[in-house]
Write a protein that binds this ligand. Structure first.
Ligand SMILES: *Cc1c(COP(=O)(O)O)cnc(C)c1O
Length: 360
């Protein structure tokens, strides 16, 4: 067995894995509608909304595509400070949507004042932003950005990729006035990959009604029509939805506040450890509570470290994209505990002790 400290996929509780083995049911059966009906209020609690949460059988990237296709008619502003903001921009372009980009240096957040400046007298249908940039380990000040945008352009919708933070960090969708918040099953929700969830505001649905070509698979209006019947437009990953029900019960039993506090404590522990041995990539004040990106200082050979850990039954992540080998990443999300992380850091210290030329 390998213990995962990846920023997704993460370890799944055996009970939740087992829930996938439920006998198959038809997705148009009353039993499935009942399952959807039980899951919906729990999903709303976790995503901080009283509106609606769609369940998509896709990974989170599919809902990046859904978000822009359903609400952008003329112009979109994409805030970028790492690889997943970059991906969202590419998704918009691949769909032929006119998009401007706001770039912040990797390691830095996108700041509200930069977003306002990027408007430059222009009108945007929507602003897209990544809440937790998994490549750099930066958490963006999404609440402040939403407030800033609402102050100068109240009809601009706010689209948030919270793939690596929703379920591990508080993101109050309704009170921040967000319009689309998307996430994947395999990160803080600690489920197997294969599902994605989107909280969607009334405003976003109204906007979708004005858009002629929203596509079919990710059409919010179709999702809405079917959700009203506790259904999905096409055949969903039924087994994963059984697992989702079990996991949502576990998350709410832990308590959302307790869950967020556990993630804060884990992040503090990993950051303190990383600063004692290496250096952090993300700017102070904007460091993620779910993933830490660590600079490979002191001549650390990241592939060698990863190989050593693999031999000990532990998996951490190399740097993402252009940060590969210059950084490595420790995911601390989902069901991971402080004790798991203590075991990880001890094992990394054992590795360092075998590398005399890499002593601090
Ligand atoms: C993992 C990740 C994605 C991609 O999610 P998939 O489920 O692999 O499509 C997008 N954005 C962020 C911030 C991520 O961490």
């Amino acid at each position: 067995m390998t213990k995962l400290f990846l920023p997704g996929p993460v370890d799944v509780d055996p009970e939740v894995l087992q829930a996938q083995a439920h006998e198959m049911i038809g997705h148009r059966s009353p039993a499935f509608a009942e399952l959807m009906g039980r899951v919906q209020p729990m999903l709303r609690s976790v995503l901080g909304t009283s509106s609606r949460v769609y369940i998509s059988t896709s990974s989170g990237t599919g809902l990046q595509e859904a978000a822009v296709r359903n609400v952008v008619q003329s112009e979109l502003l994409v805030c970028i400070c790492g690889a997943f903001g970059e991906r969202w921009f590419e998704v918009a372009q691949a769909n032929g949507l006119p998009a401007d980009r706001l770039d912040s240096e990797w390691g830095q957040p996108n700041r509200p004042e930069q977003v306002l400046e990027a408007f430059g007298g222009k009108h945007y249908d929507a602003v897209a932003i990544v809440h937790n940039e998994t490549s750099t380990g930066v958490q963006n000040p999404v609440g402040e950005i939403a407030e800033a945008v609402q102050s100068i352009s109240p009809d601009t919708l706010i689209l948030v990729d919270a793939v690596s933070s929703a379920g591990g960090v508080s993101i109050p969708f309704d009170s921040w006035g967000l319009d689309v918040l998307l996430t994947s099953s395999q990160k803080c929700f600690a489920l197997p990959p294969g599902l994605a969830f989107a909280a969607v505001s009334d405003r976003a649905l109204d906007r979708a009604r004005e858009i002629a070509h929203r596509g079919w698979y990710f059409d919010f209006l179709l999702f809405e029509e079917y959700l009203e019947k506790n259904a999905t437009p096409s055949t969903p990953a039924v087994s994963l939805i059984f697992a989702l029900e079990r996991q949502l019960q576990r998350m709410l039993a832990e308590g959302l506040e307790q869950r967020y506090a556990r993630h804060t404590h884990m992040a503090e522990y990993v950051r303190d450890w990383a600063q004692a041995h290496f250096a952090l990539f993300a700017a102070q004040g904007y460091r993620s509570n779910t993933v830490t990106t660590i600079r490979a200082t002191r001549g650390l050979q990241v592939p060698e470290l990863l190989m050593y850990l693999a031999g000990q039954g532990i998996s951490i992540a190399n740097g993402y994209g252009r940060l590969r080998n210059e950084t490595f990443r420790i995911g601390h999300m989902g069901e991971t505990s402080l004790a798991d992380l203590q075991q990880l850091t001890t094992t990394i210290e054992d590795y360092l002790a075998t590398q005399p030329d890499q002593q601090a």
